[in-house]
Design a protein around this ligand. Sequence first.
Ligand SMILES: *Cc1c(COP(=O)(O)O)cnc(C)c1O
Length: 388
Amino acid sequence: MTQTIRPFKKPIYVTRPLLPDLDVFKRQLEHVWESQWLTNNGHQHQLLEQRIVETLRVPHASLFNNGTIALITACQALGLTGEVITTPFTFAATPHVLAWNNLTPVFCDIDPVTMNIDPSKIEALITPRTSAILAVHVFGHPCDVAAIETIAHRHKLKVIYDAAHAFGAELTVTDETSKKLPTKKGIGTFGDITMFSFHATKLFHSGEGGALTFNDPNLKPYIDLLKNFGIKNEDEVILPGINGKMNEIQAALGLVVLDEVQAERRRRQKILARYHHWLTGVPGIEFTKVPSSVTPSYQYFVIRINKQKFGKSRDEVHSEFKNYNIITRKYFYPLCSQYDCYRDLPSASPAQLPVANTIGQQVLSMPFYGGLSLKSVDKICQILLNLR
Ligand SMILES: *Cc1c(COP(=O)(O)O)cnc(C)c1O
C-alpha cells in the first residue's frame, strides 16, 4: 500500500509566508518613496499601528522591528528583577529575552491538553525574588488567563504574554460580578503586556516585525521612548533605550498583508477541518481541539504521536515523512530547559517537568498554510496512516 503513494515533487514545508500581490505592494511602496521617509514613526508606521489596535481589539499598541526586541522591551518597561516563571515549551526567544534582561528563567511544567504553562504548578515556584510570570499562548491556544491573573494578583507579580502564535485570537469571557452577557476580548488585552511577532513565518507578518499591546495608557509613551534610544526630544536623552523601531518598508508590507489575513484564515480553517476529518479518533494521534470560548488564530496545526498506541514514534514519523518530501518540524523540541545555557538551572531538571518532557517527544508540526491544497492534505494524511 505504502509504495503506491509517490513523494511530492517539491518539498512541502510546515508553512509558507503570506505573499500579497507584488503590484499592490509596489503601490504601497510608492507612498514611501514619495514621502522620502524610511523610518522613525513615519506615515506607514502610524497607519499600521492604528490598524493593529483595531484588528487585535486592544486599547494600545506599539510596533517593533521584531518580536524578540519587543519582548526585551516589555521586561524593561515593567522593571522586572530577579526570577521570572515561564514555560520550557516555547521558542528559544522566550527564555533568551529573560537572559538578556539579567533575569533568571524559572521553568514551570505545562498543561497536558493546552500545552501552555500549568497554573496549578506556578505557586510552588514563587520565591521572594520572583517578579513576573511570562506565559506563552502556544500554537495560538490561549493560556488559562483567569487562573494566572488570580495568582499574579495574590503575589503582586507582573504578567507578560508571548502571543507570537496568537495573532487575532479572541476569548469569550463572562464577568461573573456584573450580569453582563459574555463578551469577546482580544488576546492582547490580558496581563500587563502582550507581545505579538510579525515574523515571516507567522500568520500575519511584515517580513520581520512585532508589537506590544497593553491596557495601561501610561505605558505607551514609556515604551515608545524605550524603543527609540530613550530620546525624549532634541535636547534630552532620559534613559538607556534600544533601537526597536519598525521601519516604513516593514510597515508598508504589514499593511498589505493585513488585507489578506481574513482570506488566509478562511483557507486555513478548511485545511484544519480536513486534517480533523482524517485524524480524529486515530489511536495514538492527538491534537488540541479549540474550545468554543476561543476564536483561534490558525497559526499552526500540531499533532502528538503516542508511540505505544500509534506504532511509530514522532521521530520515526518525522524522518519517514522526509522520504515523501514532507518536511515537518518537531516544535517544540528540544525544550528550552534542555538547552546548554539553561539545563543546569534547578527548575530545568526533567524530573520537575514531566509533562513538558513527554510532550516534547511527541509533538509534530504539520504543513499548514493557505496555499496547501486539500488534495495535498489528503495525501499527507494517507501517508501518515500508512506508516502504522
Ligand atoms: C516567533 C516567536 C518569537 C520571536 O519573534 P520574532 O519576531 O521572530 O523575534 C517569540 N516567541 C515565540 C513563541 C515565537 O514563535
